[in-house]
Design a protein around this ligand. Structure first.
Ligand code: PXL
Length: 279
């Protein structure tokens, strides 16, 4: 802990009233990684751990006004985008953001059931405009399939999709495979022409809502403090695994709960009886 100004990350995305995903996950992931989060809300969702009940997009000028207000004053070091919704918003955000800053684009295109939630024009806006402004893109394997046009069914096709998206965009690409039906969970990271596979044993937990949002925001925070995309990924991975295992036993609601962003469970496991705080 120092008295220096923390790195500042602007998160642009939707509000999740259940606070597992979306902007609420961004706030926690950025704070947990040592950053100060500013936000621009694109939509208000009514949802809980059981699912999304409704989505209320905000007018585009309201989205733009938030981004402009933050960038006009706060000393933003990196930007992260999450749920944008439709092509007009993707294009407005691409125009409003500061192209000199590191940008993490989490191309939210499927819901947690795996169904596509964006139309073709929105996919085109991501692929043709926002992706080429990105420093890091963080599609899950289904989104990687949509962006690349490659049907992703296993680790090999996930890697092919990541390589193609990296070539199309010029961005580093993290394809997250946590939801792919493989024995271990595999992520693919493509930086330039090089791809690497990162495999971990699965953690048994149904509380993984917001993992994608949180990963992208954590990476943005590391980029904001001057780390490269692969350093950022290396930093974020142990934090994320700890956050997933930490909430495995939580019951926030009766459906899919959030991850343990602040590592509370690990902190309580390691507390000793001699710890002055617990005496
Ligand atoms: O994790 C994708 C996502 C992004 N943004 C909002 C969400 C979700 C998933 O539920 O609710 C607002």
């Amino acid at each position: 802990v120092t008295a220096a100004t923390p790195p500042i990350v602007l998160a642009i995305g939707g509000s999740d009233s259940g606070a597992g995903a979306g902007i609420q996950a961004d706030l926690k992931a950025i704070a947990a990684n040592g950053g100060y989060a500013a936000t621009a809300i694109t939509a208000v969702t009514a949802q809980n751990t059981l699912g999304v009940r409704s989505v209320h997009p905000l007018p585009i000028d309201v989205v733009e006004a938030q981004i402009e207000a933050v960038l006009a004053d706060l000393r933003v070091d990196a930007i992260k985008t999450g749920y944008l919704g439709r092509a007009e918003v993707v294009l407005a955000v691409a125009t409003a953001l500061d192209p000199s800053l590191p940008l993490v684009v989490d191309p939210v295109m499927v819901n947690s059931a795996g169904s596509r939630i964006v139309d073709d024009a929105t996919v085109d806006a991501y692929r043709d405009v926002l992706a080429s402004l990105a420093t890091v893109l963080t599609p899950n394997f289904r989104e990687a399939g949509i962006l690349s046009g490659i049907e992703v069914t296993d680790v090999e096709t996930m890697e092919a999709a990541g390589l193609r998206i990296a070539r199309m965009s010029g961005a580093a690409v993290l394809v997250t495979g946590g939801h792919l039906a493989t024995e271990n969970a595999v992520d693919i990271l493509v930086v330039g022409e090089r791809s690497s596979r990162h495999e971990v044993e699965r953690i048994a937990s149904s509380n993984v809502h917001g993992t994608g949002c949180s990963t992208a925001s954590a990476i943005a925070t590391r980029l904001a403090s001057g780390r490269s995309p692969s350093e950022a990924y290396d930093d974020v991975r142990p934090w994320l695994l700890n956050a997933i295992s930490g909430s495995a036993g939580w019951r926030i609601g009766s459906g899919q709960g959030p991850i343990d962003h602040f590592g509370w469970s690990a902190a309580s496991r390691s507390a000793q009886p001699t710890d002055p705080l617990t005496l």
